[in-house]
Design a protein. Sequence first.
Length: 174
Amino acid sequence: MTLYCGIDLHSTNSVVTVLNDQEEIVYEKRLPNDLAVICSALGPYREELAGCVVESTYNWYWLVDGLMDSGFTVKLAHPGAIRQYDGLKHGNDQSDARHLAQLLRLGILPSGHIYPREERALRDLLRRRLLLVHQRTMLKLSLQGLFTRHTGKRLSANQLGALEEPGQVLFRAC
């Protein structure tokens, strides 16, 4: 018999559901986010498991890597592409974990790419830099708008950059 596992991952715990071919629940439990506990719970089903689906959340690295290191086949679910997540979320974490397992069973799981762990740090660093560049631009535009509102004058990007030098005064009292 083939089994399918769905894991609804949260910050401190995960709901692990294992379904069979008839969509019957073989195992379902909320477990602490402890790799040894989760692997131990899935251990008895290892040979029959077609795969485990982990919801792609901000904290999936440790679980996906740990399950793969333990010999499990793992898929990363792309929540934005799953219709259930279009604002019509089921009632609880158990139904979410079951839904992930059912999508795997049906072969219609919208999956995300599991980026190689050796390259994730650089990718995350570049994403953070991009976010900071966007924030810097937003703040500069906000400051330019504020200056124009209060003075009626335009402050160019070069003038704004020059204000970073010591001794520059942005607003003079009239």
